[in-house]
Design a protein around this ligand. Structure first.
Ligand SMILES: Cc1cc2nc3c(=O)[nH]c(=O)nc-3n(C[C@H](O)[C@H](O)[C@H](O)COP(=O)(O)O)c2cc1C
Length: 408
């Protein structure tokens, strides 16, 4: 029988196609699953490396502990995901990524870094995201959505494309504190200070983003609290000069984030985990006298966020102040992850930053510095990074069933 043509409506968008074409063939084993040693005669071949042991956080089970870090692809229009996203995230799933975290998806249109960012500020965004998630799931892989608001870093040019001025919103860029002196640098827009009412609206928008991610089938959400975006702007005493209940003491600077977490938790299924990404430091201690955001405050924050429903703490650094000194080298952010891991009991930790091979990733896990490893650029250089990392560790891992002949 020829395939039956179907036409159905989903969120007002008409989809025309053949039902059979929307599904891949069955994957008997999730991609990225440990299958055994490549060479059984090598020392310790019978031990399963931690990187290829499955992991579970709440209801989310993933085949290995190597995650794709969130990375903006600047390939959306009006926030909608495209066929590029399907190919991009799909290729990581085909090649065994344990968990994929999408690029930052803006919870408000004005919270995009650029007009090309992905968004989740309207129900209309759900369907395209759902298609990507559905494909990733068809390979047995897992995927979650990063919920973002760029704060004072919004309305900037998109990498790789030149866009007309009318695509930007320079008069509607917001931050905890506004005015010329709060621009990130001279090329960025002057931010407007958020009123208390607007703060409540942004918190609500994060909650709605989480609800939409759940409707699209996301396995987790990650709140983007790092890299000088809105949440980080609130946390740091350099970018937050407010004198109301959202500024001043650490408790007050953390209030916005804690309320965002509560909104996200209330709108995301209780059995699914919430990740939080933070910058552990503004990285300006060597160049700026006076208070900045640092690892001591990060450890305290980690204790608080755990209490309000964060399950996994993803530790990055920097991005909040243009004078930052980043001494990037392999594993440069690991000591920050390790501090949180050692001092905050019961909170899972993800390490990220210049992690480019299986041996290095495994060592971080073996030394108890983190529970999971995220890699960004290595996955761009090599979408099969999970397989390469497996090979580094003498491990055979499952690739998509449709690629199995490639082993012979
Ligand atoms: C092209 C690109 C886009 C990025 N976009 C995001 C993003 O949307 N959200 C985020 O939290 N981090 C983003 N990052 C930071 C990465 O997630 C990661 O933390 C950083 O690249 C360091 O890890 P790596 O050395 O493995 O690449 C981006 C990085 C790159 C290279």
């Amino acid at each position: 029988m020829p395939p039956q043509k179907i036409i159905y409506e989903k969120d007002k968008e008409q989809i025309i196609g053949y039902s059979q074409e929307r599904f891949s063939i069955d994957q008997p084993v999730a991609t990225g699953t440990y299958l055994g040693p490549i060479n059984a005669s090598l020392p310790r071949a019978c031990e399963i490396p931690l990187l290829f042991q499955p992991f579970q956080v709440k209801s989310l089970k993933f085949a290995n502990r190597l995650l794709v870090a969130p990375m903006c692809t600047y390939s959306s229009k009006d926030g909608f995901m495209t066929l590029f996203h399907l190919a991009h995230y799909g290729s990581f799933a085909i090649h065994g990524a344990g968990l994929i975290i999408t690029e930052g998806c803006a919870v408000e249109a004005r919270g995009r870094t650029s007009p090309r960012d992905a968004g989740i500020w309207s129900d209309a965004h759900i369907h395209k995201l759902e298609e990507v998630i559905e494909f990733v799931h068809s390979q047995g892989s897992k995927i979650g959505v990063q919920l973002a608001h760029a704060g004072r870093k919004a309305s900037m040019p998109a990498a790789y494309s030149t866009l007309p001025e009318s695509d930007f919103w320079p008069d509607d860029v917001v931050a905890p504190s506004g005015g010329e002196e709060h621009k990130w640098d001279h090329e960025h827009v002057t931010p407007q200070e958020l009123s208390i009412k607007e703060i409540q609206e942004v918190i609500h928008a994060f909650g709605q983003g989480a609800r939409r991610a759940a409707r699209a089938g996301a396995d987790m959400v990650e709140i983007h609290g790092a890299h000088g975006y809105l949440i980080h702007n609130f946390l740091s005493p350099i970018t937050n000069k407010r004198t109301d209940k959202y500024g001043g003491s650490l408790e007050n600077r953390a209030r916005f984030l804690l309320e965002v977490i509560e909104a996200v938790r209330a709108n995301f299924p209780a059995e699914k985990p919430i990740f939080l990404r933070v910058s552990a430091s503004d990285l300006v201690e060597k160049v700026i006298d006076g208070p900045s955001w640092d690892i001591e405050q990060t450890v305290q924050l980690a204790k608080w966020v755990k209490e309000v429903g964060v399950d996994v703490f993803h530790v990055s650094s920097g991005g909040n102040v243009a004078q930052q000194v980043i001494e990037a080298r392999p594993g440069y952010q690991i000591p920050f992850a390790e501090r949180v891991k050692k001092e905050v009991f019961g909170l899972y930790v993800v390490a990220v930053g210049h992690i480019t091979n299986g041996i290095q990733a495994e060592q971080i896990l073996q030394e108890g510095q983190a529970d999971m490893i995220a890699a960004g650029r290595e996955f761009l250089r090599n979408p099969c990074f999970t397989m390469t990392a497996a090979k580094d560790l003498n491990v055979m891992a499952k690739v998509s069933q449709l690629y199995e002949r490639g082993r012979r």
